[in-house]
Design a protein around this ligand. Sequence first.
Ligand code: LIP
Length: 277
Amino acid sequence: MADVWQSSMDHAVAVARKAGEMVRGALKDDRTVMTKSSAVDLVTQTDQKVEQLIIQSVKEKFPTHRFIGEESVAAGESCNLTDDPTWIIDPIDGTTNFVHAFPFVAVSIGFSVNKQVEFGVVYSCLEDKMFTARRGRGAFCNGEPLQVSEQTDIHQAIVATEFGSSRDPVAVDHIFRSLRNILCLPVHGVRGAGTAAINMCLVASGCVEVYYEIGIHVWDVAAGSLIVSEAGGVLMDVDGGDVDLMSRRIVAAQRTSNRQRSIAEDRQRDQVLQPAE
Ligand code: LIP
């Protein structure tokens, strides 16, 4: 049977590539920085222009579809995920990286219907890596199939996370307590690319076993979540329950063996992951 969302996915890949060109071009220009929720929650005109480019082009092709876009929400639009076909857009995931020309910057486009992600596209535009996943049809990077790591021992894992943009000392203490608990499990290492979307693609690619973050938004993780699950990984809440993409917390891991649920389950036993808010 024909895939009803194939033309939308093709469009997402094409517009993500165009958006990536815009991001690369803007890196050479002056990057005027503004702030949002805190002094370290950065936004640039390029974030806004890229989001407009994506939304405009989708509206022309699919006029009935809805949108949740990071910069539209910052400008006051609502952030409700309905059953309608919805494009969930982070025009620049890794804005701080972009501002500093730190080389991990992604355009992230998820597409959901009935609150289920149907396809995800993450374009790591400075590396020129196009990550894609279609529900039930696998995950790919530049056309090559992705497979999560087979490492089942958390002690031999790399864990990715981020510090977020809150500098409230209590929240920062929670983040550091979680980090300390994880490092001392022990694990081989803790890393962070500076973008949730690319961290999730690293899980899907098999070079990072687990990524977790508390405080992320649906646009940071919608596309990446499908890329992880289609590469054989699992998603869960930080307390080990079912993931809710709107809950602002996520664990993405290579697979659900008893051992691999440990970070989330240890949260219940030993409070490994401290809530940030
Ligand atoms: C960022 C994420 C990053 C997270 C930040 C922020 P932005 O997205 O990708 O991992 O720690 O809180 O959400 O703002 O660069 O699109």
